[in-house]
Design a protein around this ligand. Structure first.
Ligand code: CP
Length: 319
């Protein structure tokens, strides 16, 4: 694998390969093997132009557990504030010896530009770009779903017939987009549930069913209910229902949570707006996989860095 830029073009075999290698990585962590020597002497740069807690820290943990050196770059406090371009920033970091660049950027397409421009030779991993994609989030979500469905027998399996309802601010969500493409590739059935104003215009071309009523979506007994963060920072009052209205109709409040089928899991990519899209009763329940998803994030990112930097010969046919 040369780069990981999206899930839209990630094939089924490559997706399952990443999930299976992540299983191996999770096994090493369960056996309390603190570090693997695999990426000794390699350097991973975390290039973050937008805020992050989970993604940045788990990429750092993943690289360190594989014995790579890590350079963390945050646009805040850097020469980006003096007008330095993405090209000059990336080339400066490459000059310091980057073998892989993990990039989060507010502009959709920035990771692809970095990967295809010829500015740098390092492998590029998209850690979230604008409203476009967040591929490692979708992979860790799929890892969590597969684990819940197949347990120790997960390796080699896809998610055929698994039913996922993704709820909320689809319009601004790169997590929703990456999940839609990956889940479709893995054979899952995806339903999007949102106010009409928080759905993208081209949703009719996506491989999904659309519903506007969360109670109806719950009555259809999904295997997983994925609550999305309302992205208040990207919101325009013209298309957002009031927070009160949103919470009442599309939030997983305690009353609605009580109507969930017993075996439906509750997912959230984080960070959560407690009391808006999800209640504490739901987020802190044993059926919530929020922290399981965070743990899976380290294993999946270890797998991606491994396949990018050490697994070339083993993953022929990937991008
Ligand atoms: N889920 C996710 O991307 O979280 P962060 O913004 O904290 O990285």
């Amino acid at each position: 694998m040369r780069h990981l830029l999206d899930t839209r073009t990630l094939g089924r075999a490559d997706a399952i390969r990443i999930l299976d290698v992540a299983e191996d990585m999770a096994d090493t962590q369960e056996r309390e093997v603190k570090k693997l020597p695999t990426l000794r002497g390699r350097t991973v740069v975390n290039l973050f132009f937008e805020d992050s807690t989970r993604t940045r820290i788990s990429f750092e943990a993943a690289a360190k557990r594989l014995s790579a050196d890590v350079i963390n770059f945050s646009a805040k406090g850097s020469s980006v504030s003096k007008g330095e371009s993405l090209q000059d920033t990336a080339q400066t970091l490459q000059a310091m010896g980057a073998d892989a660049v993990v990039i989060r950027h507010g502009a959709s397409g920035a990771p692809r530009t970095l990967a295809t421009s010829g500015w740098i030779s390092a492998g590029v991993v998209n850690a979230g770009d604008g409203t476009h994609e967040h591929p490692t989030q979708a992979l860790l979500d799929a890892f969590t779903m597969r684990k819940r469905r197949y347990g120790a027998a997960s390796r080699g399996r896809d998610l055929a017939g698994y039913r996922v309802a993704i709820v909320g601010d689809i319009l601004h969500s790169r997590v929703a987009r990456s999940n839609v493409w990956l889940l479709a590739t893995l054979g899952a059935e995806v339903t999007l549930v949102a106010p009409p104003t928080l759905l993208p215009q081209d949703v009719s071309q996506w491989p999904v069913t659309v519903r506007y009523d969360l109670d109806e979506a719950i009555a259809a007994r999904p295997d997983a209910l994925m609550m999305l963060r309302i992205q208040l920072e990207r919101m325009n009052a013209a298309y957002f229902p009031s927070e009160r209205e949103y919470s009442r109709r599309w939030g997983l409040d305690p009353e609605r949570f009580a109507t969930l089928p017993e075996d439906t899991i509750v997912m959230h990519p984080g960070p959560m707006n407690r009391g808006l899209e999800i209640s504490a009763a739901a987020a802190d329940s044993p059926r919530a996989t929020v922290l399981e998803q965070v743990r899976a994030g380290v294993s999946v990112r270890m797998a991606v860095l491994y396949l990018l930097l050490a697994g070339e010969r083993e993953s022929e046919g990937t991008k």
